[in-house]
Design a protein around this ligand. Structure first.
Ligand code: F0G
Length: 349
């Protein structure tokens, strides 16, 4: 059966203006995949699922938010949508703008966007402009542009982005029958964790489905919410979350605190190790997407979180294909090449 997309499925749950155009690329309805071997590797005795957001149409969770935000912008007459992006928002904005027949202008930090994302944004026909600086510089420029020109901002400062993205929380509760005990999630600009908390609370208010504790996870080189101050030159292999001044930082901290959870940071090596562990159980994600689970592993290891008897969901936010270089740089470096004869193959048999 065709999947109808998040606006059609959850329309009555979303606080969107009447004029919103119901855009859809059949986003959402992503699988909640059990990860028994990974749970065992983390000590066992609990249920672990990943919410595989890489299976959205453009390969990341951003499709949920952009369906709503571009739909709203187009409904009020916008002809150009604009965003700053570390890559995934760029591709999703480009796709939904293409779907709606409007122009997308996306600003990305020069040289710091994974190839699959840049290719995606270009393939969908966006105008891509590279900015000398980080995502934070690009977002500041976007804010300035919308103050002076008739272009619609679709970064997660736009409240409709969060309306769309909270549908992932609805889906998790719909699938489990209640909220999980913990939700582990990567944090960059901090819109997604804010949206999840909004979604879990809305469902809980209406249906008494419970609330998870939130474990938000930043990369150690880009961890303003852990350090308590902006980071001027954020640096991490997880380029998606290479952000030093998160726009929704205050809300994210409040959400984590209210939930009885926290926001922590993990080093790049642990993010990459978790990316490999996930792939070893069949789920390939981009580096940033492994951050939530890397944080969960760290918390369990230092006995700061007792998983036993719990149901834990980790949001894996983007597909591994988004960032092929992250794998090829290491695993692809020394591939053997042989003549097409059996003798040459025997060392591997
Ligand atoms: N994971 C991935 C794969 C992302 O692309 C992002 C954000 C995040 C996690 C963090 O989500 O910003 O809501 O806290 N990417 C944005 C972008 C910044 O431009 O694509 P967040």
């Amino acid at each position: 059966m065709r999947r109808p997309g998040i606006l059609a499925r959850y329309w009555e749950w979303l606080d969107l203006p009447e004029h919103t155009v119901p855009l859809s690329l059949s986003e959402g309805d992503t699988p909640l995949i059990p990860m028994p071997r990974l749970a065992e590797a983390l000590g066992g005795g609990f249920e672990l699922f990943v919410k595989y957001e890489g299976l959205n149409p453009t390969g990341s969770f951003k499709d949920r938010g952009l369906a709503a935000a571009v739909g709203e912008a187009v409904g009020r007459g916008a002809r150009t949508v604009i965003c700053a992006s570390t890559g995934n928002t760029a591709a999703a904005t480009a796709a939904y703008a293409a779907r709606a027949g409007v122009r997308a202008l996306v600003l990305v930090p020069e040289g710091k966007i994974a190839r699959g994302k840049l290719a995606g944004a270009l393939a969908y026909g966006a105008q891509v402009v590279q900015v000398r600086g980080s995502f934070d510089h690009a977002l500041a420029l976007v804010r300035e542009a919308v103050a002076h020109y008739p272009v619609a901002l679709v970064n997660s400062i736009n409240p409709y982005r969060l309306q769309g993205q909270q549908t992932a929380a609805f889906e998790i509760v719909d699938a489990l029958g209640r909220a999980p005990d913990w939700l582990a999630i990567p944090v960059g600009n901090a819109g997604n964790i804010t949206a999840y908390w909004m979604g879990f609370r809305a469902y809980h208010r209406a249906k008494g489905t419970g609330l998870p504790r939130l474990l938000g996870v930043q990369a150690a080189g880009a961890a303003p919410l852990v350090l308590g101050h902006p980071v001027e030159n954020p640096e991490t292999v997880a380029t998606a979350i290479r952000i030093g001044k998160p726009a929704r930082g205050a809300e994210a901290l409040a959400a984590a605190r209210e939930s009885g959870g926290r926001i922590i940071a993990v080093p790049d090596e642990e993010i990459l190790a978790m990316q490999r562990l996930l792939a070893a159980e069949g789920v390939w994600v981009e580096p940033a997407s492994a951050a939530g689970l890397a944080g969960l592993a760290a918390e369990i290891r230092r006995a700061a979180l007792d998983p036993r008897g719990k149901t834990i969901v980790a949001v894996v936010t983007g597909h591994g294909l988004k960032d092929p270089d992250a794998v090829l740089r290491t695993a692809g470096a020394d591939l053997p090449t042989i003549e097409p004869v059996l003798d040459a193959l025997t060392p591997w048999l």
